[in-house]
Ligand binder design. Structure first.
Ligand SMILES: NC(=O)c1ccc[n+]([C@@H]2O[C@H](COP(=O)([O-])OP(=O)(O)OC[C@H]3O[C@@H](n4cnc5c(N)ncnc54)[C@H](OP(=O)(O)O)[C@@H]3O)[C@@H](O)[C@H]2O)c1
Length: 312
């Protein structure tokens, strides 16, 4: 039976993608591996490194893919942006402070034209519409959306203000939903094309525990984001848009300065982390790439906490 033209076109496209991802054969490296010269060990190491680069590229490479990272100008969002760019993606970072966002974008870009800044407040409907219009105007599709911008504030029980509830639910829960809703057509366009589009929401280990000190609204906002993410994963399953969550434990960022401003406070936090350190770039960058490159993981909420939740 003859295949129809659309099927042939899809097969050709798939073959093109596979050949682009396949590790490139390096004749020089292959020769030195079979030779008997004193540099063989170094050559083998170099050869292996080249082979591994191809291997890792085929698993985690994001060349030609576009990403938006909210809160990409600092902390965890900047770490994720750095990892996405290193894997080959073109990244738009979104934050309120335009100057800091531009600075971060320039640093991450390194003159390659792969990182752009958009000044926007993710809790503002007008800013979300401006973000959507900017993205639609410049690329008209989106492969990866990382909802990372968030807020954590404490206040003593008895004087806990309604304002903190409003701010935290707005940015930690409502904003990711409104951004997903606004950018859904762009994500769908990508997903219809070839591989699944990816939404990665940054939740928190706080969404798994009741050890919340005086953070009465932050913890519920994060568990609600975890739940919403699974609801949306189910809602989008026909669209080939996957939704997953990383739930970080302690990372040493400006947010942490808010609840542990000095070394003594940080030492107290560290005592609760079996790994004996705060999370860092390799931890969040590596897990983000593993999730985003995976077309078989959907609706997962993955703690990244150095073992914190084992005792909480
Ligand atoms: N650090 C931790 O230990 C930890 C632990 C668990 C979960 N998390 C989660 O990880 C995420 C990132 O935290 P982080 O520690 O990296 O925070 P951070 O250091 O405070 O950085 C926050 C980033 O978000 C941006 N941002 C804040 N409000 C925004 C708004 N309304 N609109 C647009 N951008 C906004 C900030 O830039 P502008 O100020 O310029 O807008 C900045 O780029 C959050 O969702 C947080 O809940 C963090």
């Amino acid at each position: 039976m003859a295949a129809d033209p659309a099927t042939i076109a899809s097969i050709r496209f798939a073959m093109l993608i596979l050949s682009a991802l396949r590790p490139k054969h390096d004749a020089g490296a292959a020769e030195s591996l079979t030779g008997n010269d004193p540099d063989t060990a170094i050559a083998r190491r170099k050869g292996n490194r080249r082979m591994n680069e191809g291997f890792f590229e085929s698993l985690f490479g994001l060349s030609g893919r576009t990403a938006v990272v909210t809160g990409g100008s600092a902390g965890i969002g900047k770490m994720i942006s750095r990892a996405l760019i290193a894997a080959g993606a073109e990244v738009w970072i979104v934050a309120r402070n335009a100057e800091r966002a531009q600075r971060a974008a320039a640093e991450l870009d390194g003159g390659r034209g792969v990182c752009h800044a958009i000044a926007a407040d993710v809790t503002s409907a007008a800013d979300i519409e401006r973000l959507r219009a900017t993205l639609a105007g410049s690329m008209n599709r989106l492969d990866i959306l990382v909802n990372n911008a968030g807020l954590s504030r404490n206040a003593a029980f008895g004087a806990f203000p309604a304002e903190i509830w409003d701010q935290e639910l707005d940015i930690n829960l409502k904003a990711p939903f409104m951004i997903i809703q606004a950018l859904h057509p762009l994500l769908r366009r990508t997903a219809a094309d070839h591989i699944p589009a990816q939404i990665l929401n940054i939740g928190s280990a706080a969404g798994f525990t009741i050890h919340c000190e005086e953070s009465f609204s932050y913890y519920p906002s994060k568990i609600a984001l975890h739940h919403l993410s699974r609801i949306l994963a189910r809602r989008f399953k026909q669209d080939r848009i996957q939704v997953n969550v990383i739930a970080p434990g302690y990372f040493e960022t400006e947010m942490m300065d808010g609840f542990a401003p000095d070394e003594a406070g940080k030492a107290i936090l560290l005592r609760e982390v079996p790994a004996g350190r705060f999370g860092g770039f390799e931890d969040i960058g590596g897990l983000s790439l593993a999730i985003i490159a995976n077309s078989y993981l959907n609706g997962a909420v993955i703690p990244l906490d150095g073992g914190y939740l084992l005792d909480h």
